[in-house]
Design a binder for this molecule. Sequence first.
Ligand code: HAM
Length: 465
Amino acid sequence: MIKAVRGTRDLLPPETALWNFVEAAVRDVFRAYNFHEIRTPIFEETQLFARSVGEETDIVSKEMYTWKDRGGTQSDEFGRFLDLIEEKLDLSVTDARDQIKLSRSTRGLYGQWKGESLTLRPENTAGVVRAYIEHKLWERGLNKLYYIGPQFRRERPQKGRYRQFYQIGAEIIGPPSAGSESPARDAEILELLATLLDRLGIENWTLQLNSVGCPNDRAAYNEALRKALEPVVGQMCADCQRRAVTNPLRVFDCKVPADQPIIETLPRISQFLDEPCRRHFEQVQEILKSVGVEFQLNDRLVRGLDYYSRTAFEFTHGALGAQNAILGGGRYDGLSESIGGPSAPGIGFAIGEDRMVLALKKSADAVQRKPDVYVAPLGAGMDREAARLARELRRHDVVVDLGDETFRLKKSFETASKLGARFILIVGENEVKAGAFALKNLESGEQVSVPRAELPQKILAREHS
Ligand code: HAM
């Protein structure tokens, strides 16, 4: 038997009703805050993620689904060309290829011939910022965008952690002149999230808040971290030993239990914020207090992606166990420049939709709309009549499930009950001739004969009684 790949899963009804309920509620909230939907491709050039999320992050270094796309038809020829260069010029493979890559005029050609490296998106912020640059979205001023869609990370699967998972995310991005740097935007995003979680009935969430500073603070902080790590890093895991040299902030991503006591002793970014960053962070907190959104300061929170600056946050939820981050986000004021764009400060978040559905107390049954009526053809030739009637009813927004003329009445009743239909409508020869149909309420047992034209009102009116 061929099964779904490890870490991926099928979402089946009735659970999909819960997913649709969540998505409909968030679309409503996004509308109220004037966010608009963006859809970016599911795969992008690998270097987009390497340059934004960061080479040293777990996501880029371990978890991406990356492949080399097929090159053009001449790839073999060009490969042989490269081999020839190596042989004749006595260059090592990497030297020769690097030289060719470096040459501006041949770079594009090289990519085409070699086949590009592509990656399934592990997150959506990089794609949104790429689209912002590609379509010059700064011309629109401040962009308030949201997305809902699958993301891919090759993590070890467990409850609440999948290799294909879904995010609901939003980004506010624009030129500084449009107010994109303002702490008011950070607070707006956080207040939106509190509203959204409350609206969905998710209780007991905690907002963890930090500021990870800006490049200005980061240099001094990295230096302090390196110094603090120097005498202890030998006792830490191999990943941390590497991070200590390449990107010491990433040491905070370490999950190895033995390393935690050491990490606890490291200096925190909060001690290194410069005056503008400190002020920005204070202003975010002041607005949050004024709108009544509670938060906890957590200066260990650095988030697992390199592009963050200033505000960083996560909402956690007790019921989720080890994978308790229901959503995460923050500000990324330098991201656009790091992938070749203009200055475009931004802030955003992504909700793990899988985890949000897990945290919902509501059951799928409670949000699913059951059929209003089961239309049961009775006897030969009645499928045609029943189909016509079902079509009329559906045009009036009645949810109809349609039976089969080969079913005996008993089987039709059983099927209607199993589907949870509120009514069953019998379509037999006599009813068609009379132009009035037997409509039975399956909850109360009451049965009435209803003229064809009155059926939609009768069925829908009952819904509200
Ligand atoms: P992230 O923290 O990597 O941030 O992911 C956001 C959320 O996605 C997590 O809090 C979690 O709920 C969910 N998530 C992540 N990995 C998995 C997984 N393997 N299985 C299930 N759920 C998962 C970002 O992705 C940033 N792009 C957020 C952002 C937007 N920052 C600024 N704008």
